[in-house]
Structures are given as structure tokens and as C-alpha cells.
Design a protein around this ligand. Structure first.
Ligand code: ADP
Ligand code: MG
Length: 479
């Protein structure tokens, strides 16, 4: 029976050629196929790659079905054997079964997906690979709905990363931003932005397969696939993505094997114009413990960083959050929060949530006082100090002048007084150097700040009304 499969396949090719003519398609997609066996009415053909198989599935499944039926009868079936294009992952060919009759398809599980890929709608088809004609498998994208572009506040701190992310979502895999690498220190919105891109791709192109995965999860799945002896499945699963989002890639540091696997998945996807989005806590040049060839891949696309949001953006983030949750809060409280917590959006939101919790648990309305008490604890816990920005704001509010006057050249008496007090309190309440205080209070030098501090101390001792100003301000700073 050895020669049977050759004859059967030859007959099949004749039928296919009849349908396609002597076209380029025939040459490209059917000539490279090798028949390898025929057993129990199942013809196995070998194809050069996973991609090749997918292409056949997408474009020629009808024709193949018809052809097999003609040659082998109604119970005839076709199986694919895919030559792995990567020798690192074992040499045995990876077989995917494709019956031309899909009635019993559910029993034939050739591929185990490392993730829960099945939505309720396809419960009875645990492995969609085996259903001929099914173009795309359903992947649980793991995207978090509320991390959308709508809820991501734009600011100077994130403009480049945000617009690159948006461009990628409009045209995944087709922009120069592939891979798109977003980096920043913690709590500045990498994960949020990465999800936003994924969500937007799904909105624009519902048929695209998008996956968000944390690097820790990726590593875990890889280790498990080795343990269960199905690392081919693991790789194939990732090779199916149109958009792959890998969050916190720094966790790959020192994990050579996983880096290696990711390198191959990366190449596979990139070569096929699939979009890769990576986040990291460092720029590529600073990534330690990462293979140079991987780092060089990261540099192919665009690396965009997220910076600490300025005061306006921090206020806007809080306002948007409150608006979305339908909560009202006095603007002085919002400003107080935004001025107090400066360099981590997650902590800023954390403070807001504690404040809301405190007020609802204790049935207190949210006032500046409540915010202060809470922030004091919060700030102490996270060992943060009051910012110079905040000091300037309190002082200027007190003297009823606008904050930008501090940085101006004005030598008007009330402004000079406010500027000196802001310097005095900055020295007293922060760990900033005289030079940096001067820098933030109108670009003055350290001698000017020192002079201001002495002047304020002298006036406290000699001028009664001045002493009252300072005492009242101290109260505002909770001293
Ligand atoms: P990272 O991944 O960089 O550590 P996250 O994406 O987890 O940071 O962001 C921390 C929190 O801050 C999240 O709740 C996120 O929604 C919020 N956040 C960060 N940046 C923004 C922004 N520009 N607009 C709205 N929310 C933001
Ligand atoms: Mg994150």
C-alpha cells in the first residue's frame, strides 16, 4: 500500500490543478506539498510551515475538502504534518488533524493551547484547529476594558508613546513602530496604554487575534509547556497572533531559554508583518541580562517613554477618574492630591481611593481637612515629602496671587514676599538643596534662597503681622 498515497495525492493535484489552472497559486501552495501516508482513509500531507498550513486553511479549504471527498469518499480525511521551521524546538513534525468531515472533530485534540482560548460560544469545539474552514481561533485577549484610550489622559509626559500607540492600533504591523516599546518607571501608565492599543485594534479589526500577556505569565506558560512536553503548542499558539502585547519584558532578564523562545516568536511574527508591543521599566540600552540580539530587535521599531505627568495632567487624571466613576469632589481637594503626590500615577489614584473609602466608611464629607489627614498618613507611609509646587500653591493662594508670579521677574512687594516665603517653607519642609529650590522659584541662585530664608526668620522676630502670616501658613502645612 506504500505507493497508494502518492497516487492519491497525484490524483488530488490533478483535480486541484483543474480548478486553479497552471497558476502561480498552484505552484506556490500545492507543488511544495508532500504526501506522507494514507491510513484508514486519512491522507497525511506535509507542509513547510505553520503559516503555509494556515494559508491553505484560509484560502483552499473548500477545494481541499471537495478534492478529498472525490478521491477518498465521504469518510476521507486530510491531516497536515508541519515541518517545524525552527530546529531548536525539537525535530518531530507537528501534526494537525483536519478531517474533511467535521462531525467528530471535537474528539481529535491535536493542539493544547496554553491559554484558555475558548469563549462560551465555541465550548463544544475545544480545538478549533481541527475544524476545516474555521479561519481564526478564538483567543481570550486578556484585555481590561477600562484601560482604554478614552480613559488614558494625554499630556506632555506621554504624547509620543500615546500617538505611536494610536497609530499602531489604526494600522497594526504596518507602521514603522514595530515593535513598539513603551518604557517608564512604575505606575506611569505602561500597562494601561498597552491595553488601550489592544482594545483599539479589536475595535478597528474585530477579526484580528490580539493577546495581552504579562511576561511573568509568558514565562510560566513556557515552563509548564516544557514540563508537559508540549512546547510546540506553546510556540504555535503565540505564532498565531496578529498583535502580541508582552508587558514588563524586564522579567525576561537572565532567563536565557525563555528569551530564546521569545526571540523566535518575535522573528516569526515580525517577518509576517504582525504587530508586537512590549513594555519595560528601562530603555533598551539599559536592559541588563537581556540577549544582545533581542535588544537589537527591540531597536528596530520605536522606543517611547512615559514621563512623570506635570501638575495639570495629574489633575486631569484625577478629574477623569472621578468623572468616570460619577463622583464629585471639591476642586481644592483634587488639587491638593495632585500637588502632594507627584511621581506615580498609581499612588495618586491610590490616595484618591483611600480618601473615597475613608469618607464613605466614616460617613464624612470630603473636605480639604480630611484629605490632609489622609495624605499625611499616606505620605508618611510612602515616605514622600511635600513638593515645592505644593508649597508655592499654598503660599500664593494665601496671598491671593497667581502661582506663575513666583517664577516671574517681578519685584513687586507682595510677590517678593510670597516668593521668599515659598523659599523659606521649601527649605524647611523639603530635602531639596538651596540651588534646586532657587531653580524652581524663579530661577534664582542658592545665595538668593539663603538670603530669603534669613529675611523671613528676621521678620518673624521683628514684625508682628508677618509672624501671623507665617503661623497661619504653618497651619495650612499642618505644622
Ligand atoms: P505601569 O504599567 O507603568 O506600572 P499602569 O499602567 O499600571 O502603570 O498605571 C497605573 C495606574 O495609573 C493605572 O490605574 C492607570 O490607569 C493610571 N494611569 C497612568 N497613566 C494614566 C493616564 N495618562 N491617564 C489615566 N490614567 C493613567
Ligand atoms: Mg505595568
Amino acid at each position: 500500500m506504500d505507493f497508494d498515497y502518492n497516487i492519491v495525492w497525484k490524483n488530488c493535484l490533478n483535480i486541484i490543478q483543474d480548478n486553479l489552472g497552471n497558476s502561480q497559486s498552484f505552484k506556490t501552495w500545492f507543488e511544495p506539498i508532500k504526501p506522507i501516508k494514507l491510513e484508514n482513509n486519512v491522507l497525511t500531507i506535509q507542509v513547510p510551515s505553520q503559516f503555509f498550513y494556515e494559508w491553505l486553511e484560509e484560502h483552499y479549504i473548500g477545494l481541499l475538502k471537495k478534492t478529498i471527498k472525490k478521491e477518498l469518499g465521504i469518510n476521507g480525511r486530510l491531516e497536515y504534518s508541519i515541518i517545524m521551521d525552527n530546529s531548536n524546538f525539537g525535530n518531530e513534525p507537528f501534526t494537525i488533524k483536519v478531517p474533511t468531515s467535521n462531525k467528530k472533530a471535537t474528539q481529535n485534540q491535536a493542539v493544547n493551547m496554553p491559554l484558555d482560548i475558548n469563549n462560551n460560544s465555541s465550548k463544544e469545539i475545544p480545538n478549533p484547529f481541527i475544524i476545516p474552514g474555521l479561519k481564526k481561533i478564538k483567543v481570550n485577549s486578556q484585555l481590561i476594558d477600562h484601560y482604554s484610550f478614552e480613559s488614558f489622559v494625554e499630556g506632555d509626559c506621554n504624547r509620543l508613546a500615546r500617538s505611536a500607540g494610536y497609530a499602531v492600533a489604526e494600522n497594526p504591523g504596518k507602521t514603522a513602530f514595530n515593535p513598539l516599546l513603551i518604557y517608564s518607571s512604575v505606575g506611569l501608565g505602561k500597562t494601561h496604554l498597552a491595553h488601550a492599543i489592544g482594545i483599539q485594534v479589536k475595535n478597528n479589526f474585530p477579526e484580528k487575534t490580539v493577546l495581552y500577556v504579562s511576561t511573568e505569565q509568558f514565562i510560566q506558560q513556557y515552563i509548564e509547556s516544557i514540563r508537559n512536553n508540549n512546547h510546540n503548542d506553546f510556540i504555535h499558539f503565540y505564532q498565531m497572533m496578529d498583535v502580541l502585547i508582552l508587558d514588563d519584558i524586564q522579567f525576561l532578564a537572565g532567563k536565557e531559554k525563555t528569551q530564546d523562545v521569545f526571540f523566535h516568536i518575535f522573528n516569526y511574527l515580525h517577518q509576517r508583518g504582525k504587530q508586537i508591543i512590549i513594555t519595560s521599566d528601562k530603555a533598551p540600552v539599559e536592559m541588563n541580562g537581556m540577549e544582545p540580539r533581542l535588544i537589537s530587535r527591540f531597536k528596530w521599531g520605536l522606543s517611547a517613554d512615559l514621563q512623570i505627568p506635570n501638575i495639570e495632567t495629574r489633575i486631569a487624571i484625577l478629574q477623569k477618574r472621578l468623572y468616570n466613576d460619577g463622583i464629585e469632589m471639591p476642586s481644592e481637594v483634587i488639587e491638593y492630591l495632585a500637588y502632594s503626590i507627584t511621581n506615580n500615577v498609581r499612588e495618586l489614584e491610590g490616595a484618591l481611593i483611600s480618601l473615597l473609602a475613608q469618607s464613605s466608611l466614616n460617613n464624612k464629607i470630603i473636605t480639604l481637612d480630611l484629605a490632609r489627614q489622609m495624605i499625611d498618613k499616606f505620605v508618611k507611609n510612602t515616605s514622600r515629602e511635600i513638593s515645592i509646587d505644593f508649597i508655592q500653591k499654598i503660599v500664593c493662594d494665601y496671598f491671593n496671587i497667581s502661582v506663575d508670579k513666583i517664577a516671574s521677574k517681578t519685584r513687586k512687594r507682595d510677590v517678593v514676599q510670597a516668593r521668599q516665603m515659598a523659599m523659606y517653607f521649601s527649605k524647611k519642609l523639603t530635602k531639596s538643596s538651596l540651588a534646586s529650590i532657587g531653580n524652581q522659584c524663579g530661577n534664582k541662585d542658592h545665595a538668593t534662597v539663603l538670603h530669603a530664608c534669613k529675611t523671613v526668620s528676621n521678620l518673624i522676630d521683628t514684625d508682628k503681622s508677618y509672624k501671623i502670616y507665617v503661623a497661619e501658613l504653618e497651619k495650612k502645612f499642618n505644622l
